[in-house]
Design a protein around this ligand. Structure first.
Ligand code: ASP
Length: 595
């Protein structure tokens, strides 16, 4: 080894030792003829002192050092003089008196200070990701990621699971996104799909009798990116045989508890459980942030006999009138309220009714249409207090009411500071929620058909099987999600393991037997050979790590992510390829030539 210690590991009890350190120059200061360097490596910073009286040659070299030069220093650890101790760094009690220095390589001025905070523009950070990753903050995130993945592996290993790889070049597995395709050179006109998930392979493992499988695996989905989405992402894929919903929930919850205990030293309480219906009713969304209240209130009873037209027509057409009470929202200005109405419209509402609870009663544009009883009922049902703002959405479609108020609730929670700052060591900071009993289908208005909410291999709750063809909206699935602080962390289900049943579900989805045979024939064939009852789950690793790190964007915990516009500024991918390569792949581009 070229070094005896890591910079950040030196402590007071190393005083007197001669050490060899390797790292990068974080900063240089010249003071009264003496040169100070903060030397950085993965473990942290240490101060190195170059005095002409101790080592003249090293001191000369030190004066030529600039930020990010990569160097090696030999010197003696000494305790710092009183008054110069730096409690802000772990090595702050000591410094290293340099005797010799060797410059491995010089550095140009970096495009952004490594020392600084993350306020550099993201595409610049990504273009120079290797410099961005020199930052301790980013290294901590990647360390945390490593720690979490290791703890997950240890958990499943200890519970008799095997990690097995599944193909990256395969057929489309429907998870509701577009596929990334890989053209085949040897099979003209044919394509592999990159997996949206290993779903069908893990089910085949169960048919094979492998019993308990997991994999930390890359998956690919071509969808619009957001803070919690990347085109390639990592998931913890799990499948087990001879289990029901409760078994998967129990084991997965135990896994999260063991990871949090091992990595964050936090002992998590039992996860909250909500059915999908309850979550929608109370929070308007299926990934509720339960760190704050502001739950939706159903005003159906309050306005049962109302004359107010918007409420009347929503209720008469089988819809709903719901509200939330924003604590302290009464202080919003007229302009801000108009802004909220606009937001609600953008979210799909016909409009938004607001009502401020003031000392002189309700203030609302709707006021003149309400009876005294309705006014009192509205405030009571919404659990609003003086100073609060009640936001009401009425629509003929309950789904629209939930969607709009669910989104507004999250935004108001943030704007009114109801979401506490993450205190990582506080078990109460981690609001894990199981969402169960999802509907099996959702209606796709655009395509005028019923789509699966999860994927087509999700089991059906037996009592609701009778509605499969007649009333798909009433079919309940054996699917479950885990959400944490408002993020969806995992999805899973008990699967269909009966061929006839799987064919029936395909047919309910409008997939013809020929199409089913063409796309999933291999699964249906496997189901002819004694498939066991099975189920599983797939938590997203990037999201788990981001939340555990207190980051609001998964790109902060991925070494080389793509930008929001699906581009890699580091390598310049995706990039054009030459004609010859396209020809080999039997492809011709119809894209307009690049400018
Ligand atoms: N394949 C599912 C997904 O990727 C997870 C599962 O059902 O196990 O969301």
């Amino acid at each position: 080894m070229m070094r005896s210690h890591r910079c950040g590991d030196l402590r007071g009890d190393h005083a007197g030792e001669t050490v060899e350190l390797c790292g990068w120059v974080n900063s240089r200061r010249d003071h009264g003829g003496v040169t100070f360097i903060d030397l950085r490596d993965r473990a942290g910073l240490v101060q190195v002192v170059f005095s002409p009286g101790v080592a003249a040659e090293a001191h000369d070299v030190a004066q030529t050092l600039r930020a990010e030069f990569c160097i090696r220093v030999t010197g003696v650890v000494q305790t710092r003089r009183e008054g110069t101790v730096n409690p802000r760094i772990s090595t702050g009690e000591i410094e290293v008196a340099a005797e010799a220095v060797e410059v491995f390589s010089e550095a140009e001025t970096p495009p952004f200070p490594i020392d600084g905070h993350q306020d550099t523009e993201e595409s610049l950070r990504l273009r120079y990701r290797y410099l961005d990753l020199r930052r301790n903050h980013m290294q901590d995130n990647l360390d945390l990621r490593h720690g979490i993945v290791g703890a997950i592996r240890r958990f499943y290993d200890a519970h008799g699971f095997v990690e097995i790889e599944t193909p990256m070049m395969t057929r489309s597995t429907p998870e509701g996104a577009r596929d990334y395709l890989v053209p085949s050179r040897v099979h003209p006109g044919k394509f592999f799909a990159l997996p949206q998930s290993p779903q069908l392979f893990k089910q085949l493992f169960m048919v094979a009798g492998l019993d308990r499988y997991y994999q930390i695996v890359k998956c690919f989905r071509d969808e619009d990116l957001r803070a919690d989405r990347q085109p390639e992402f990592t998931q913890l894929d799990v499948e087990m045989s001879f289990v029901g919903v409760e078994d998967v929930l129990d084991l997965t919850e135990e896994m999260f508890k063991s990871v949090w205990a091992e990595v964050l030293d936090v002992s998590l309480p039992d996860f909250m459980r909500l059915t999908y219906d309850e979550s929608m009713r109370r929070f308007g969304v299926d990934k509720p942030d339960v760190r704050f209240g502001m739950e939706l209130a159903d005003l159906g009873t309050v306005f049962a006999a109302t004359e107010a037209r918007v409420f009347r027509s929503a209720l008469d057409s089988g819809g709903a009138v719901n509200s939330i009470a924003v604590p302290g929202g009464g202080r919003l200005t007229r302009k801000e309220l108009d802004g909220l109405v606009e937001e609600a419209k953008q979210l799909g509402a016909g409009g938004l009714v607001w009502a401020a609870v003031t000392p002189d009663g309700l203030k609302s544009p709707m006021d003149k249409f309400l009876s005294d009883e309705e006014r009192t009922g509205l405030v009571g049902a919404s659990s609003a207090r003086e100073g609060d703002l009640i936001l009401i959405v009425a629509d003929g479609r309950v789904g629209v009411v939930h969607k709009v108020l669910g989104a507004l609730r999250n935004r108001m929670g943030e704007r009114f500071g109801l979401i506490p700052e993450l205190e990582r060591s506080d078990p109460g900071a981690w609001k894990f929620v199981w969402i169960t009993d999802f509907p099996w289908f959702e209606y796709n208005e655009e395509e005028a058909r019923w789509d699966p909410i999860h994927h087509p291999f999700t089991g059906v709750v037996e009592e609701t099987l009778q509605y499969l063809e007649s009333d798909p909206a009433r079919v309940v699935s054996k699917a479950y999600d885990i959400t944490l602080n408002g993020w969806e962390l995992a999805s899973g289900s008990i699967r269909i393991h009966d061929r006839v049943m799987q064919e029936r579900v395909f047919s309910a989805l409008g997939i013809t037997p020929e199409e089913a045979e063409e796309r999933f024939g291999f699964l249906l064939r496997a189901f002819r050979y004694g498939p066991p009852p099975h189920g599983g789950i797939a938590p997203g690793i990037d999201r788990i790590v981001a939340l555990a790190a207190g980051e609001s964007n998964i790109r902060e915990v991925i070494a080389f992510p793509k930008t929001q516009s699906v581009f890699d500024p580091l390598t310049g991918a995706p990039a054009a390829v030459d004609e010859a390569q396209l020809e080999l792949l039997h492809l011709k581009s119809t894209a307009p030539p690049e400018k």
